[in-house]
Write a protein that binds this ligand. Structure first.
Ligand code: C2E
Ligand code: CA
Ligand code: CA
Length: 738
């Protein structure tokens, strides 16, 4: 309705009332007519906000002429789109062109034929209207396109992708397809490095490249931008090749931003007949994507039913957690820790278990990561800490000799303002010595927010707690971090350094970490020790504290209590410090084989490093200690200063032997007496044999074997003494017994 009314209003502007009447007569039947006597009058009418379809304008007028009106109209956005038809007495083309240049759409000269002018203006208005409609249409289309695509990439947005994919699948209900969802690894890092606008530009470029790619790959049936940095595509399954797609996506990213090394992961959901909503399929592809998200060597995964079960399990865990806490279903288990050299129990780590009434014992990897995400972890941890204190107090009151117990602090707990006070309150409530409680903070927490952690560590230590750095070696921080973080104990996880994937590397990681820790006087405990070989190896490099299945699995409190009663306990964990050691020779590898070989060697043997006049035993086998009649624990201080253990008269002989072996590349040997190796012991005479193994930047590595020849030596001495006696005896026979 309104459009029609608008269509019908014409403003006639002419100072000549005859002309106005004439025109009114011609157009009055089809249009509503407004009139103006001069230019100013015309502008007044125009600005009165009445909808005007067209203006018929005279050029020569008082006050403001037609050009002036055109000029004003052009300047006013509300008026500039109204078509103006000039009716003029002047027929010179200059005036006419000028009028057109001022924005008029047509010029009609007087005197005019009424029919002609009527037809011309009708037609003009119709034409203008049509073109206006077309323009509007175009704009509407554009709008529709914009809402179907996503402004960041120019690709179909989530909704359009789902709709269009659904259309396609409806048309081919039995078709086999693969729905793929991919995202850029650490897109956040890209944004942080180059700025969000570069991130936006990247997404746009990826969008362009994807369009081109889709044109070249007809098997990619639909594709779009799902959200954030997630992209989706539907492929014909038979033409889909994940390896190739991985390469193609990387190529797309490279062409979008050549200066950055991208990595991507994707998840895929395959089906032979559609049974699920497209959105749900995208969710499943996401589950598959998440299953490999952090994998280093796998870039994609197919969805499988187990992934969904996992999600459902997660949901059931979350809905049950609060109730479970109240009902006391979260309990600490205790995994003992030992000094491998003395065999004494030195402590335990408290590890949470969910004692589920139907599902049985649930392990923390099933729920801890979830609780860390949803924030429940603090409540859970506090409950475990308190339960540990309750046990310690109870056992102490019952007269059990107690070692310290470590509890885990989740990185999320560190953000809790009440953490330190909470621990203080616990200790007071149960009248415990704070050093009884060791607090484990995972290494990655130090990396994420070093300042916060350093501050926390300092506060906890000033209250008397011992702080341990957990999971050291998991790959986040460098050895240098150790110098900045003043923790009381370093916890090495064998899973990160143990010999399997790369034997020689893990061996040398272990030795350098232990060496470094000794250098800065930081005690080390190894956890996840599963075999005797690992334990022996650790001992041979001077790491004596151990925890792992080789010794005992985490156990219920009652079992741990009886262990405490039946096993020697060391209540004082004296730190042992060694100088840094070098490595990389075959014997230093923690490979099971070489450790076995090393330990099954019939005699005492070790790896010796000679550097700057100092000789240090980097590794020693069990026989070595036996030969010297000493324990590993007693020798541990001495093994890094071997020369100090040799009687001063024999040191030169020992060094000469090393120098000879270096010079000749052959085996060399010597005999030397040690100093008394413990208070009540006699000096031992040892036959040493060395084989030069390797030359390092500033040191030499030897294989050293020893033999105890004290008895032989002593009897030799004795016999030469008797020989002397006999020689000097004036006459007769002497009998002696050895
Ligand atoms: P973690 O702190 O590194 O604990 C050591 C894990 O290694 C424990 O797993 C332990 O049972 C396991 N383990 C011990 N010896 C061996 C071995 O010889 N070989 C192998 N392969 N594993 C061994 P668990 O109890 O399943 O705990 C897993 C993780 O859950 C813990 O890793 C810790 O990060 C977390 N966690 C456990 N209890 C708590 C807790 O009370 N609070 C918090 N925040 N986290 C906890
Ligand atoms: Ca731990
Ligand atoms: Ca650990």
């Amino acid at each position: 309705m309104e459009e029609k009314k608008e269509q019908k209003t014409i403003l006639i502007v002419d100072d000549d009332c005859i002309n106005r009447m004439l025109l009114k007569k011609i157009f009055g039947a089809d249009y509503a007519i407004l009139e103006a006597r001069d230019g100013l009058d015309a502008l007044r009418v125009l600005r009165s906000m009445q909808p005007i379809t067209a203006v018929i304008l005279d050029l020569q007028m008082p006050e403001l002429d037609g050009f002036g009106v055109l000029e004003q109209m052009q300047r006013d956005p509300a008026l500039s789109t109204i078509p103006v038809i000039i009716v003029t007495g002047s027929d010179d083309s200059e005036t006419q062109n000028r009028a057109l240049a001022y924005g008029a759409v047509d010029v009609i000269t007087k005197p005019f034929d009424p029919v002609t002018i009527q037809l011309r203006i009708h037609r003009l208005i119709a034409l203008l209207r049509a073109s206006k409609l077309e323009e509007e249409n175009k704009w509407l289309k554009e709008l529709a396109h914009l809402s179907k695509t996503d402004a960041k990439t120019g690709l179909w947005n989530k909704q359009t992708f789902c709709q269009e994919t659904q259309k396609l699948l409806t048309a081919d209900p039995g078709g086999s397809y693969a729905l793929v969802r991919w995202d850029i690894d650490n897109f956040k890092v890209f944004n942080d490095t180059y700025g969000t606008s570069a991130g936006d530009a990247l997404l746009l470029k990826i969008g362009e490249q994807c369009q081109l790619y889709a044109k070249d790959h007809p098997a990619l049936r639909t594709h779009g931008h799902y959200d954030a940095d997630h992209f989706v595509g539907l492929w014909n399954k038979d033409a889909f090749a994940p390896e190739q797609l991985h390469r193609d996506i990387l190529a797309i990213l490279r062409s979008a931003f050549p200066d950055y090394t991208f990595s991507v992961h994707f998840g895929m959901y395959a089906f032979d007949a559609q049974t699920l909503d497209v959105g749900i399929m995208c969710d499943r592809a996401l589950l598959a994507l998440r299953s490999v998200k952090n994998a280093y060597d796998e870039h994609y995964a197919w969805y499988c039913a187990a992934m969904r079960t996992e999600v459902l399990e997660e949901q059931s865990i979350v809905s049950a957690m609060k109730d479970a806490l109240v009902k006391g279903q979260f309990i600490p288990y205790f995994q003992p820790q030992y000094n491998y050299a003395t065999g004494k129990l030195i402590g335990a780590e408290a590890l949470v278990r969910w004692n589920h009434p139907e599902k049985g014992l649930i392990f923390p990897d099933k729920f801890i990561p979830l609780f860390e995400k949803n924030g429940f972890i603090y409540e859970l941890d506090r409950s475990i800490w308190e339960q540990v204190c309750v046990y310690l107090k109870k056992w102490k009151d019952e007269g059990v000799v107690l070692p310290s117990v470590s509890v885990n602090i989740s990185r999320r707990d560190l953000y809790h303002p009440g953490l330190v006070d909470g621990f203080r309150a616990l200790i007071e409530k149960y009248a415990l010595d704070p050093s009884m409680l060791h607090l484990e903070i995972t290494e990655s927490a130090y990396v994420d927010s070093p300042d916060l952690v350093l501050n926390m560590v300092a506060q906890l230590q000033s209250t008397g707690f011992k702080v341990e750095m957990d999971d050291f070696g998991s790959g986040y921080s460098s050895l240098n971090t150790l110098k900045d973080v003043h923790v009381d104990l370093l916890k090495l996880d064998m899973a990160f350094v143990a010999p399997n994937a790369n034997h020689s590397r893990s061996g040398s990681i272990l030795t350098s970490v232990v060496g470094m820790a000794h250098a800065i006087r930081l005690p080390v405990i190894a956890e996840g020790v599963e075999t005797r070989q690992q334990a022996d190896y650790l001992k041979s490099i001077g790491c004596l504290y151990m925890q792992g299945y080789y010794f005992a699995k985490p156990m219920p409190a009652s079992d741990f209590r009886s262990l405490l009663e039946n096993h020697p306990v060391s209540t004082k964990q004296d730190a042992r410090f060694y100088p840094g050691i070098d490595h990389s020779v075959d014997f230093l590898d923690a490979t099971t084989q070489s450790t076995l070989l090393f330990n099954s060697f019939v005699g005492g043997a070790g790896i010796l490093e000679y550097r700057g006049g100092n000789a240090a035993a980097l590794r020693l086998n069990d026989k070595y200690y036996e030969v010297l009649g000493i324990t590993a624990a007693e020798y541990v201080d001495k093994q890094y200063h071997l020369l100090d253990t040799i009687d001063s008269k024999y040191r030169k002989v020992f060094i000469d032997m090393l120098e000879t072996a270096i010079r000749t590349g052959e085996e060399a040997d010597c005999e030397a007496y040690t100093i008394p190796l413990r208070e009540d012991a006699e000096p031992v005479c040892v036959r040493c044999q060395v084989r030069f193994l390797a030359e390092k930047v500033d040191s030499y590595i030897f294989y050293l074997s020893i033999e105890n020849i004290t008895e032989r030596k002593n009897s030799q001495r004795q016999s030469s003494m008797y020989a002397n006696i006999i020689r000097n005896f004036p006459m007769g026979l002497a009998v002696y017994e050895l």
